[in-house]
Design a protein around this ligand. Structure first.
Ligand SMILES: C[S@@+](CC[C@H](N)C(=O)[O-])C[C@H]1O[C@@H](n2cnc3c(N)ncnc32)[C@H](O)[C@@H]1O
Length: 225
């Protein structure tokens, strides 16, 4: 079955997206550890999905942008200011914000859906304040090479969402061209923290076979002045 486009995939995944998965749980732990304290800082989550990482994040200002109305509506709500979170429709290729508007910017599990990441890095850098932090996460190239795909299940079965592999050097090159300096690179692998996800899905065999396989890549950058 061909992979769904990101637009169609997230339209269909939206109702159940907030349910954590092994990937999302590992990703959240990684990005949380790489994000500076958010109190008194302005935060943008570019490609925020249902906005689950923005709720109660503690930022002085928390803004989420995503092209999928279905995702926003399934989560914190579209165009709403709720629990200190503001959401709007937007694309990481053309972020609807002035230059340097945010102290911290996240772009989490989004870039793998883009064929080309240069323009996205340029936009992410543009809206990050000088000295500010960008944290990017992506589905790990090693997971893709091992045959893992970005999938979800609904009443019609299991669906794959289109994904483009960008290795670490592609991220680093696009970021450098945008005026971003890497400050930390980390990865998260399948391990005991997420064993329950595999067992509850009846996939203990996959867990055992792919133990220690890196599945999430995360990079933090400083925006140069
Ligand atoms: C795997 S979800 C991640 C959602 C959220 N960042 C999280 O970690 O829970 C990927 C999200 O990327 C969004 N997306 C896809 N293409 C995008 C684009 N060009 N600009 C911004 N977001 C995009 C999708 O709509 C979807 O909500």
């Amino acid at each position: 079955m061909p992979a769904l486009s990101a637009v169609e995939g997230y339209r269909r995944w939206a109702p159940s997206y907030a349910r954590e998965t092994a990937i999302s749980a590992l990703e959240d732990k990684l990005v949380s550890a790489m994000t500076p304290p958010l109190a008194a800082r302005r935060l943008l989550d570019a490609g925020c999905g249902v906005g689950r990482r923005l709720t109660d994040c503690g930022a002085a200002e928390a803004v989420g942008v995503d092209p999928s109305a279905a995702m926003l509506e399934a989560g914190v709500g579209l165009g709403k200011v709720a629990s200190g979170v503001r959401t709007l429709i937007g694309d990481v290729h053309h972020l609807p914000f002035p230059d340097r508007a945010f102290d911290v910017v996240w772009c989490r599990l989004v870039l793998g859906h883009l064929a080309d990441i240069e323009r996205a890095y340029a936009e992410l850098a543009r809206v990050t304040a000088a000295g500010g932090t960008l944290v990017v996460s992506d589905f790990h190239p090693a997971a893709h090479a091992a045959g893992h795909r970005r999938t979800f299940r609904d009443d019609d079965g299991v669906h794959e969402v289109e994904h483009y592999v960008h290795d670490l050097s592609a991220h680093a090159g696009a970021a450098r061209a945008a005026g971003l300096t890497p400050t930390a690179t980390r990865e998260a692998a399948i391990g005991p923290d997420v064993r329950d996800f595999y067992e509850h899905a009846g996939r203990a065999g996959l867990y055992a076979a792919h133990l220690d396989l890196p599945v999430v890549l995360a990079i933090a950058f400083r925006r140069e002045g």
